[in-house]
Design a protein around this ligand. Sequence first.
Ligand code: B12
Length: 603
Amino acid sequence: MSLGAASPAVPTLTAPALRPGADLLAEGRAMARDWRLGRCLFLDAEGVPSEAAYKRRTAREGRIMRHAHIGFRSVERTVGAMADLADKVARRGARIDRFGVTLDWTMGYPQERRAAATRGTGIVLAGPEDFARITNAAPAAPHFGDFMLGLPGAVENVRAAIAAGATAIGNLGQYFTFRLPHWDDDVATTEATVIALGLIAAQDAEILVHSNLDDGFAGLFMDMASAVGMVIVEKHIVEDLIGAKASFCFGHHFSHPLSRAAFQAAVARLTDTPGTMIFGNTVAYRAEPAANYASLASYLLADIVALMRRPSGHAINPVPVTENVRIPDVDEILDAQLFADRLVAHAADHVAAVDAAAIEALADTLVAGGKAFAARALAGLAERGVDTADPAALMLAIRRAGPKRMEAWFGAAAAGDAARPLVPAEWAEELDRMARDWAVRQAPALAAGVAPEASAGVAPDAVAGRAVTVIVGTTDVHEHGAYLVRRALEQAGIGTVDGGVAVDPEALVEAARAAAADIVAISTYNGVGLSYVREVMAALAARGMDCPVMIGGKLNGIPDASNSSLPVDLTDEIRAAGAVPCADLDDMVPVILTAASRRSAPA
Ligand code: B12
């Protein structure tokens, strides 16, 4: 169920077929007899049993740790880039403490399903040997976050990562939101994840179970206090019910320096397990690289000062300024690391300048709101028949409920604590504003069915008469583009239907047929837009449907014969496949007007 969409029937929160958590954990523990933590270059170079130990030591030394995200389609290119980067940064007197390895989403499937799946832009590792090549590429802590825990391939991947010496493994946040194409077995996904968590908990060394909250519900909740509530719920699951260590990351959707600092302070008050990294405010990267440096400076300085005030073990994550274009290249990652190193040198002078009282006051609200959310969630789910003492049952119920229901049931507004979110989510406010501005600007043109300059003052709801309906769906977990499209259309008086998130092409077209939609709108970000459009066009033709298809977001992809592993723009190919590529919302207007005129044309 997508953001802002009308709420369909409440799903069944429990599954009789789901094995008891205790059995799954026991299976994981038994597996630990054969799959023990191996060594890697980082552990040997630093002489530590785990990254957690290294983080505590470095935090005591007062040094700000650095994270770099990396992952090209080819293993060779990635291994070479990691060694090259670590060396180049070290020769300039700085250091990369950890590498976040962005696996491709096909790594989320069970091994036997991976080869046939549509690849995205990330790295594909064949087995434990490949994991070991990554963990020995550079003397920096290897962090396997994406497409590990939380997906049906969790057991194979976690075994390989542990054997290769990785002591930070994620990403619990993805368990609650990620859906792989053509995979709907959430019972199998839950069982694989809990077995893998049992394997982690049974290791002698401390392995951090990473949860990127923004991959989870934090990027979908309307209230940041609800996201703090999920910190408490996830910590309860991982630490109290499973016996491992939960380590939290956040940041994509946090644009305001005050909310970033307060959220870090809130998390640091709720756990003494070192955090993995504070993720960059990537949604703010909307412009040219030079301008994006301003967004980089804005969030990074806030994070550095927050960590200087309260060392929580998190590393900072200077995101390269090409983030909003494609996966970044090596030199762009290097530039961001050097930028960060210089900013750390400046930051100490900023500590005294921040309003510590404002940060602590907002952290008070977040912690109080979070505790209330967590208490209501555990009690409320138990009332709905969920065995909240069973980690598998609890996880599945939360995943099936989804962010919108969890917040509707257990959010501050639901409990009457507040008429509106305690701490409104910035991403929603910003997108709602963009939608309103667009609707006001375009409504006359849409109403008059002619070009803007010739229609000033025409009533917006004139379009409604023509009752154009647009179904909006996404190819992957990125749903903010679709959220913006739906809000903008609704504000302009155009009917929308929720086509779903990470929905398969066939299912989207079938939903379009069932809703008698006039237009299919797709939002895509994972570099799969072209193959997706081809499947949509084929599904439309198979049903004899003549429906325009609009698509926006990241219209790129990595050509099969690519030697750079970098995505290229595929706008022309997508147009040739029969869809209307949209660089922004304005590109929808001619498509809507044509559909409207077709509707009003006499049969
Ligand atoms: C936020 C974000 C996330 C969030 C999504 C939260 C959510 N629930 O929506 C999270 C953290 C979950 C996430 C996850 C991932 N992400 Co991401 N994500 C981003 C980010 C930072 C912003 C995208 C966004 O939502 N922007 C907000 C929208 C409203 O703005 P916009 O894109 O500018 O949209 C405009 C137009 O495109 C248009 N538009 C958009 N859609 C449509 C549709 C139609 C019909 C129309 C008319 C217009 C339109 O409207 C807007 C206004 O004009 C981008 C980088 C960036 N800054 O762009 C990376 C990015 C898209 N992500 C990326 C990747 C690789 C991933 C992951 C695979 C990473 C990983 N390994 O786990 C996963 C996806 C996993 C999965 N299961 O699918 C890559 C894609 C690489 C590529 N294609 O080249 C990017 C570019 C980052 C990068 N540089 O590597 N991500």
